[in-house]
Ligand binder design. Structure first.
Ligand code: DGY
Length: 312
């Protein structure tokens, strides 16, 4: 059985993949689209990740590949319906990155509320002239309302941390019923935008959620409102977000993901009232090892004729 790993992974995962006889594209640079198409014809199993787009046209021809195991929970880069129709199983890595991603959303929220990026830039600049009673006044977290757009695993983890750890009130939008073990108001998106002091995006990316956070949402938000996005860049209309930040329609944003990643528009980078991170949601060693092992578990199960643990 031929297995391809499309990217450099943590050392322990690479060792396990080697032991399985996998070919490893030992690089941080994604394979080209042609190389991915060819891989579908050459390998029985492909372990891929964010940035490795598998679009419907790649499944037009019959493939040798029978499983694509995604290293990551979000799989909007893979046309899973087209893969399934072509007889290719797609799996992902849910659960293991929930807390890490929610922690990063909390980090961004606190950084934005307390203007930590601006403060850090000032401290580093050598221009700080000393403490003053009115310098860089941020906003408090205790008692503020957190609006969660998308109450899945990561949304719930952030809500719990914010509610029990920081005394925040929670409101949310969600698809389907949610049995929550904490107090939270379920509302529609308009009410969420109007009510939230901090609006955190936790919806999956892809066609169904594209630009769900748009100009209407920014117009409904309080001028003191803050947007946090650790989900997928295309859930937010980035052009309209930049306009809302420039005009003062909303106060600030904390972003870990972008439309057209890894490009971050110059207009966004020029704004003082944004905190920008380079897609670090799941970036801890433990989590990335767990993600790699989960992806390999799926491949091993499939190749040994067992039910895959994490089909999408
Ligand atoms: C995911 O898992 O979808 C993240 O965005 C990458 O860790």
């Amino acid at each position: 059985m031929k297995i391809l790993v499309t990217r450099r992974l943590p050392e322990t995962v690479m060792r396990r993949a080697h032991a399985l006889g996998a070919t490893i594209h030992d690089s941080d640079v994604p394979l080209t689209s042609d190389a991915r198409s060819e891989a579908l014809q050459t390998y029985d199993a492909i372990l891929c990740t964010l940035g490795d787009r598998f679009s419907s046209d790649m499944f037009a021809e019959p493939t040798r590949c029978k499983i694509i195991a995604n290293f990551g929970v979000g799989y909007d880069h893979i046309d899973a319906a087209a893969a399934r129709a072509a007889g290719v199983e797609v799996t992902n890595t849910p659960g293991v990155l929930t807390d890490a991603t929610a922690d990063l959303a909390m980090t961004l929220m606190l950084m934005v509320l307390r203007r930590a990026s601006e403060g850090e830039r000032l401290a580093r600049s050598g221009d700080w002239t000393g403490w003053t009673p009115t310098q860089m006044l941020g906003r408090g977290v205790t008692g503020a309302t957190l609006g969660i757009a998308g109450m899945g695993r990561i949304g719930q983890a952030m809500a719990r941390k914010a509610h029990f750890g920081f005394g925040m009130k929670i409101c949310y939008t969600a698809r389907g019923d949610k049995a929550l073990d904490f107090l939270a108001d379920r509302v529609d998106l308009q009410t969420l935008a109007e009510t939230a002091d901090v609006l955190a995006v936790h919806a999956p990316g892809g066609a169904a959620t594209r630009h769900m956070i748009n100009r209407d949402v920014f117009e409904a938000m309080k001028p003191t409102g803050i947007l946090i996005n650790t989900a997928r860049g295309d859930v937010v209309d980035q052009k309209q977000l930049i306009a809302a930040l420039q005009s003062g329609a909303i106060a600030a944003a904390g972003l870990d993901v972008y439309e057209g990643e890894p490009d971050i528009p110059a207009e966004l980078r020029a704004l003082e009232n944004v905190t920008l991170l380079p897609h670090l949601g799941s970036a801890t060693l433990e989590v990335r090892e767990a993600m790699g092992n989960m992806a390999l578990d799926n491949i091993e199960a499939f190749l040994n004729g067992r039910q895959v643990p994490n089909p999408v």
